[in-house]
Design a protein around this ligand. Sequence first.
Ligand code: BG6
Length: 486
Amino acid sequence: MAFDIILFGGKGDLSWRKLMPALFQAHRHGALPSDGRILAVSRDETDTLHYQQWLEDKFKQLSWDEDYTEIQFTAFLQCIEYLSLDLTETAHYHRVADWVATGTAESVTLYLATTPQLFTGICEGLAKVGLNHAGVRVVLEKPLGHDLESARAINKAVSGCFAENQIFRIDHYLGKQSVQNLLALRFGNCLFEPLWRREAVQNVQITIAEDLGVEQRGGYYDQSGALRDMVQNHLLQLLCIVAMEPPASDDADAIRDEKLKVLRSLRVYKDHEVNQYVVRGQYREGIIEGVKVPGYLDESGVPNNSNTETYVAIRAEIDNWRWAGVPFFLRTGKRLAKKSAEIVINFKAVPHSIFGMPMQPANNRLVISLQPEDKIELQLFAKISNREQLDSNRLTAVNLDLNFKDAYGNQTIDAYERLLLMVIAGRLDLFVRFDEQQAAWNWVMPILNAWENNTTAPRSYVAGTWGPPAASALVARDNASWAEES
Ligand code: BG6
């Protein structure tokens, strides 16, 4: 099937770090339909040849799971063209339409990897030149707005140009292999479903930790902060996948309807409750892997009196029959002890133990690891006997362990590759509908407003640690501890 992809923001970081590598991977593994063309668009006055050389240099800066050959790369470059365009000039968009007209694509994907301030103008410019017909899909990168109001405004403008089933709002966490596995674990097996509820679950923890700081994105990040950058989207989407009811089918709306119900069941915190249930932090100078790293306020592009949070931990609650009373602890942060993303389901302890006490730790635990490794671990208790301890009645924690890389090698595909292939195939199930985004903003807004009205600085934490001590106190109130502390 012939297709065109047009990358707006073609020279941006996202394009060379994620999108082009994802397309290249799909191309060299034969997953990309053969008659594909890719057009990179940006304001830079350059041409296709120079763009290709630039991309070649950038690719050399990336680390690849599996080396690629010159032949593979050259074959990929043959699909790529470049167009220089001032995206603020609506009159220039006919050049994009002219390029599309030179091909025979059945589907045209418009990928908006630009600042969201340009989304409205780009969509209107494209619609004016007829690039909004039924064969066109538009992909919107986050952040989709800065708050509920701006998200609504962008959505209204985009919806004025495209039908909802043409709009692919991307959240790359939904493309991660482990999210697929979580869906399979929950809805492809009957083992866990009876236990996946308040009667058996003590608490759920979802962590996305990064060891990197804000890198060169200080200016953007300072306007955003961890709540907007990670919680409103990635963390809440993961929470939905964990907490949603089984959908009736794999139809995109069947899945998205269930996620929406979760988002709408999240208890919204009142102004005075925010301090009690939410911890915000900001990293100060510290040491990561033996290297001294600066504090957030010393990062370039960050004002030295900034109150922007680089860490957030939240005790969330879902007010419905399945989850009432079960704490969902969400946290994310920059410059934490290590890069890791995981979902931990802590089950309740046995009601009565006949084995030696204390049994440590006392709860079964299911860990779905998204990164650095893609694996699922189920912690059980077993009696490991040895001759010296024949009379011991104590249990030992053991892991049932499924590591997908060990089991399937490098066959697993990257999030962006999966999502791009799904856009080309026209499948919306791993993309976010606007009502979901709106519900997520509705939940996040009272927290943002409370912080805005309260000028107390975020709690500081040393770079390279697990965040402010107040986050441990937050979970301790429910007799819990974060996974790395237990
Ligand atoms: C992005 C955020 O959406 O996700 C970044 O804007 C963050 O700040 C990134 O670093 C994390 O993604 P991943 O896949 O590396 O965990």
